[in-house]
Design a protein around this ligand. Structure first.
Ligand SMILES: Nc1c(C(=O)O)ncn1[C@@H]1O[C@H](COP(=O)(O)O)[C@@H](O)[C@H]1O
Length: 162
C-alpha cells in the first residue's frame, strides 16, 4: 500500500531541512515516502509523479524547495491533492526568495505555505497529519498526545531566572 503522505524536494541538499518533516511523521506513526523531484531539473519526473499521485494513493503532498522554488506551485498545478510548501533556506537570500516563490500563487491553484526552514518542515508534517486525522481517530489521538507532550516539555520558568 502507498504511504498517504509524499514528501518531495527539489534536491538532495533539501533533505537536511525536509528530514524534519519525515521525522515528525515518523513520531506520529504516519507512513510517508520521500523523493527528489525537481520542476527545473527533472520536469518529466515531476509530471509523472504529480499526475499519478492521487491514483497512487497519496492523500497529501509536502513539497520543499529553495531559491526559485517552483516545485510546490507546479505540483499543485498538476494535482488536486492538498500541497503544503516548505521554503528551504537558501544561501544567497536566506530563504526569502524561496518563501516569495511559493507563497504568491495566483488564485485558483493553492499551496499552503509554511515558514522558512525546519519550523516549516515540522509544521507541514503536523498539518498533513491533521488532514489525515479528520478520517482517522487513532491518529487524532496520537496528534493530541504529541501536543500534550510538547506542552509538558516547556518549563514554566526560564533557566537562570532568580
Ligand atoms: N527550487 C528548486 C527546484 C524546483 O523548484 O523545481 N528544483 C531544485 N530547486 C532548488 O535548488 C536548490 C539548490 O539545489 P542544489 O543544492 O542541488 O544546487 C535547492 O534548494 C532545490 O530545492
Amino acid at each position: 500500500m502507498t504511504a498517504p503522505i509524499a514528501i518531495i524536494m527539489g534536491s538532495q541538499s533539501d533533505w537536511e531541512t525536509m528530514r524534519h518533516a519525515a521525522e515528525t511523521l515518523t513520531a506520529l506513526g504516519v507512513a510517508h515516502d520521500a523523493r527528489i523531484v525537481s520542476a527545473h531539473r527533472t520536469p518529466d519526473r515531476l509530471y509523472g509523479f504529480a499526475k499519478g499521485a492521487k491514483a497512487a494513493g497519496f492523500k497529501v503532498i509536502i513539497a520543499g524547495a529553495g531559491g526559485a522554488a517552483h516545485l510546490p506551485g507546479m505540483t499543485a498545478a498538476l494535482t488536486e491533492l492538498p500541497v503544503f510548501g516548505v521554503p528551504v533556506e537558501s544561501k544567497a537570500l536566506s530563504g526569502v526568495d524561496s518563501l516569495y516563490s511559493i507563497v504568491q500563487m495566483p488564485a485558483g491553484i493553492p499551496v499552503g505555505t509554511l515558514a522558512i526552514g525546519k519550523a516549516g518542515a515540522v509544521n507541514a508534517a503536523l498539518l498533513a497529519a491533521s488532514v489525515l486525522a479528520l478520517g482517522d481517530d487513532a491518529l487524532a489521538e496520537r496528534l493530541s498526545a504529541w501536543r500534550t507532550k510538547q506542552t509538558n516539555a516547556i518549563a514554566e520558568r526560564p533557566e537562570g531566572a532568580a
